[in-house]
Design a protein. Structure first.
Length: 411
């Protein structure tokens, strides 16, 4: 597979495709009951590596307006996400001695799950969030929110109007923006000279090493190594000054960036060297991934078919975007799984794209007690195990699909 398209980062026509998930419905386009009969739009989903700048990307990105103007994902539904946000906000307020003259900004601020921690500490905030349906919840959380896509122009406009950020958070959005150079330029423009951007994004090495292929969907245009981020940021006036690997979402990078010039930390140099040693900036690192994914999908489907054939009742947990990719790639639908449960009231009553499983409240598991539950939101498995003690205690079993299917029993 070789894609003729140009890299969205550096513009070189050096994309080398290594994973093709075929024509796939949009992972967060949950279906209302009256939409179940109609045809579902599907779009190509293929992942490529840029041999010039090492940026991993999908080859056919869709316009962000089609994906994010209305959004069913509310960050506050997951305790792990809320706790992670609170920990970093509290830490930065103290480390950087922030006060009422500072401004904490967040791009893709969702329901205010992160910025409300700054509000509680008396620090002025501004959220920027494109999904109109999420904004009222953020405002109820006390987080003033501008309903807009963040761009280079918006960054410059905010800076000219005097809104420059001491801290700028951008969690799980660097992966989502096709016009990535303008987006990074906008961050550089809106930062104070001594400000810091704190950017969390899933780490491509965790994706490859732990077969987290289901985190590929149309919303995720890019899958970053630190090497690719370093090149992208330098091109657009930002410098990586520090980095941490954090466990959230199956393994992410937390990158600290500033307007240059700046001295990167020892950890930045160390991780860049580690990536170079492991060949992360070369296509060989990605070469076997497509066939490993095929194997995993076959193994998972075979396991479910075997359990079902033995008379077991099967369901799933987590109407996650990654769940849509997993079910569609492995060809798992209503013939194997009866339903999926999810804690989010914004998802309940709807159906998973492609697989068409109905989405029910999480409490349904303990009441209905299916024999096995496929954990689609495997990145939150510890939280889900704690919460579903009653289901597991009554003999229920969880199946964690990646990096290889494994069954968890009662603890
Ligand atoms: P979760 C999201 O992807 C969306 P998804 C987004 N595109 C992104 O970039 C990545 O995260 C990083 C539910 N749940 O977080 C909530 C429970 O029901 O794995 C969600 O619907 N009970 C911005 O959608 C889903 O599961 C629980 O106890 O793949 C989890 O979705 C918990 C913890 C979650 O992300």
């Amino acid at each position: 597979m070789t894609s003729p398209r140009a890299c969205l980062g550096c513009g070189a026509e050096t994309l080398w495709s290594f994973l093709d998930l075929g024509e796939t419905p949009l992972a967060n386009s949950l279906l209302a009951p009256d939409a179940l009969q109609g045809p579902e739009p599907r779009f190509p989903l293929e992942v490529a590596f840029c041999q010039a700048c090492a940026l991993v990307q999908i080859t056919d990105p869709l316009p962000p307006e089609a994906l994010f103007s209305e959004y069913s994902y509310f960050s506050s539904v997951s305790d792990t996400v809320v706790d992670n946000a609170k920990a970093i906000a509290t830490r930065l307020v103290s480390e950087r001695e922030l006060g009422p003259d500072d401004l904490a900004m967040e791009i893709a601020s969702n329901d205010g799950y992160l910025l409300r921690n700054y509000v509680a500490a008396g620090i002025p905030v501004l959220g920027i969030e494109p999904a109109a349906n999420v904004v009222p919840t953020a405002e109820e959380n006390g987080v003033p929110t501008r309903n807009a896509f963040f761009t280079s122009e918006l960054g410059s406009d905010l800076a000219s109007a005097g809104s420059r950020a001491s801290i700028l958070h951008a969690n799980n959005v660097l992966a989502h923006v096709p016009s990535i150079n303008g987006f990074v330029k906008g961050i550089a423009a809106v930062l104070r000279d001594d400000g810091v951007a704190v950017i969390e994004t899933p780490y491509v090495c965790d994706l490859i090493d732990h077969l987290e292929f289901d985190t590929v969907y149309h919303e995720h245009v890019f899958y970053y190594s630190l090497s690719a981020i370093d090149t992208l940021f330098r091109r657009n006036g930002l410098m990586v000054v520090d980095v941490e690997r954090i466990p959230i979402h199956g393994g992410s990078l937390r990158v600290f960036a500033a307007r240059g010039p700046a001295q990167p930390s020892h950890e930045v140099d160390r991780l860049l060297a580690e990536e170079a040693d492991r060949g992360v900036t070369l296509k060989g690192y990605y070469a076997g991934f497509g066939s490993q994914v095929k194997r995993l999908c076959v193994d998972l489907r075979d396991l479910l078919v075997r359990l079902k054939g033995g008379g077991a009742r099967l369901a799933a947990y987590g109407a996650a975007a990654k769940g849509a990719t997993l079910l569609n790639a492995a060809g798992i639908g209503r013939e194997l799984l009866e339903y999926v449960v999810d804690r989010s009231p914004h998802k309940q009553g709807l159906h998973m794209p492609g697989a068409l499983l109905p989405i029910l409240p999480a409490e349904h598991l303990a009441e209905d007690r299916p024999d096995f539950v496929l954990v689609l939101a495997w990145n939150h498995v510890e939280e889900i195990v704690r919460q579903q003690a009653s289901y597991l205690g009554s003999g229920g079993r969880f199946i964690v699909p990646v990096p290889e299917p494994r069954i968890l029993g009662p603890r």
